[in-house]
Design a protein around this ligand. Structure first.
Ligand SMILES: Cc1cc2nc3c(=O)[nH]c(=O)nc-3n(C[C@H](O)[C@H](O)[C@H](O)COP(=O)(O)OP(=O)(O)OC[C@H]3O[C@@H](n4cnc5c(N)ncnc54)[C@H](O)[C@@H]3O)c2cc1C
Length: 476
């Protein structure tokens, strides 16, 4: 029997998940298909995590329009989803006459776009940011720049969408699509009236299943160093260099949880799944000295890489297909796609999907409960929690101070964690300086108990990443 849906979304990154979240406010039947075993596994899981102010994209592009609008929507979206949004502010730091000239272009764009800004001398900026490189002479301050945890926003959006009836199928790669009369037939078993392509670095393959794709993905890799918690002592704002034709350049970015990321580079790769780190890290070391000094590399705890789903057109490609009715492209969503995502989701849903149906707003819409953040609680609140459930008194991750109760909570939710990485993304065991060396076996044991699986069935991350391969003694 075929499964019938009003809307099927391919891809559970930030764009697919926010579209699903907005659609969950209507009475449409919505399904999200994701090839990986969790949400936010593509570009959304590995980026600079910044909500850019909108000072930078080329005038007249969709990137510019949606970045500006998304930046304005982000604080309210995060409040609604009960996830962190930190209006941290950014400095664009220039240190030569050529760079100062290029900074003027950005200053004028801020004026034209109503982006709040201030121009600081090098000395003024260094009082706030003592680790700015000595050469820095003029700085553009952008107070409306924010930071988020991109996968937290995505997981929360999907959790709330699912609480309101959206279905999510993980481990479900779309391999075949046929157009049959008024519907799409996906993988021979799922029917959709409207199909939305949010497949990131694979968006051209999805389109190619229906017609020759008008765009080709040219993935661009970005690598990063992650430094341990530095409590603002190294950098308080996001620090950008002056952008070049190659992009925004190598940044120093504080994270919501007090780490600092250094990166990214921007290099083309042929493989849309290539997330290995390598030569890019040396490039980052060489470039960061243009804006920062005394980088505390001894605090480095991790490196990672993400792939921008860049296409061979110079802008986002967001529209209903010209040849195939009801097929919607959300393609080429490279940077600033995270910042732009709330505005993209609004327009895709309100202008391209809802007018096709006579749908009603959902009655009794349910909001999700926030993740339990014991590090944000008072001693009194923590004691109350432990009195109700003693598992909140058992510390599993000593680096990030995460309790067993928090881990059980993130497994037992809609869009809950099913892998060790899934737990890490939701409540942070393994994000600290031991990188899971101490807590991973305990997280594995809790996952096995909660999911009623054997320990050797529990995955670290993707398919085939089983942690236990055999039992030395009897089973746990
Ligand atoms: C290094 C780097 C730095 C960045 N920094 C920023 C930043 O600071 N600020 C900002 O605004 N933007 C930034 N971006 C851009 C931002 O991360 C992306 O624009 C955004 O995450 C794209 O989201 P998406 O949902 O469209 O795609 P993705 O997150 O890539 O999601 C696509 C999903 O589709 C799934 N999929 C693919 N093919 C199939 C299939 N056949 N069947 C089922 N599922 C499929 C994938 O598994 C994936 O989960 C950065 C990107 C990178 C890589």
């Amino acid at each position: 029997m075929k499964l019938m849906f009003d809307v099927v979304i391919i891809g559970a990154g930030i764009t697919g998940s926010l579209i699903a979240h907005r659609l969950s406010k209507s009475d449409l039947r919505v399904l999200v298909l994701e090839k990986e075993n969790d949400v936010a596994e593509g570009a959304t899981g590995a980026n600079s995590a910044m909500v850019h102010s909108g000072h930078d994209p080329k005038p007249g592009t969709l990137k510019c329009k949606y970045n500006l609008e998304g930046n304005r929507m982000f604080p309210d979206l995060c409040k609604e989803l009960q996830v962190s949004y930190v209006p941290i502010g950014a400095y664009v730091a220039s240190g030569s006459p050529e760079e100062e000239e290029r900074l003027e272009v950005l200053i004028n764009q801020c004026k034209e776009r109503n982006v709040p800004f201030e121009v600081l001398s090098g000395e003024e900026a260094k009082k706030e940011e003592p680790h700015l490189a000595d050469r820095i002479s003029k700085v553009l301050s952008l107070p409306s720049t924010g930071i988020v945890t991109p996968w937290e926003v995505t997981i929360a959006a999907m959790e709330e969408a699912m609480l309101n009836g959206v279905e999510l199928r993980l481990d479900c790669e779309v391999k075949k699509i046929e157009k049959k009369d008024d519907a799409f037939l996906i993988n021979d078993e799922i029917e959709a009236k409207v199909l939305v392509n949010c497949a990131g670095a694979h968006c051209d393959e999805i389109t190619g299943m229906l017609r020759p794709s008008p765009y080709k993905v040219l993935p661009k890799k970005g690598e990063y160093f992650v430094l341990d918690h530095l409590d603002g002592s190294f950098v308080k704002h996001v620090i950008y260099p002056v952008p070049t034709a190659k992009g925004k350049g190598v940044l120093a970015v504080p994270t919501v949880h007090g780490n600092v990321m250094l990166g990214p580079n921007s290099d083309f790769t042929d493989d849309p799944e290539d997330d290995a780190t390598g030569d890019g890290l040396e490039y980052i070391r060489n470039q960061i000295v243009n804006t920062m000094k005394d980088v505390p590399y001894h605090k480095m705890i991790h490196t990672f890489a993400g792939l921008r789903p860049n296409i061979d057109l110079s802008d986002f490609y967001i529209r209903e297909d010209e040849e195939i009715n009801n097929f919607i492209h959300v393609a080429g969503i490279e940077s600033p796609g995270l910042s732009a995502a709330p505005a993209i989701a609004r327009d895709v849903v309100d202008e391209m999907i809802l007018p096709k149906f006579t749908s009603k707003e959902k009655e009794n819409y349910v909001h999700r409960k926030p993740f339990i953040r014991m590090d944000e609680m008072s001693d009194e609140q923590i004691n109350e929690l432990i009195a109700k459930d003693s598992s909140f008194g058992k510390l599993v991750c000593r680096c990030e101070k995460i309790s067993e109760g928090q881990i059980r909570d993130v497994i037992n939710r809609k869009c809950g964690a099913t892998t060790i990485k899934g737990v890490k993304m939701r409540c942070r065991p393994g994000m600290g300086r031991c990188q899971g060396g101490f807590c991973e076996p305990e997280v594995l044991k809790i996952l096995a108990q909660e999911l009623h699986k054997k320990p050797d069935e529990i995955l670290l991350d993707k398919d085939g990443s089983n942690v236990c391969v055999a039992y030395a003694k009897e089973e746990l």
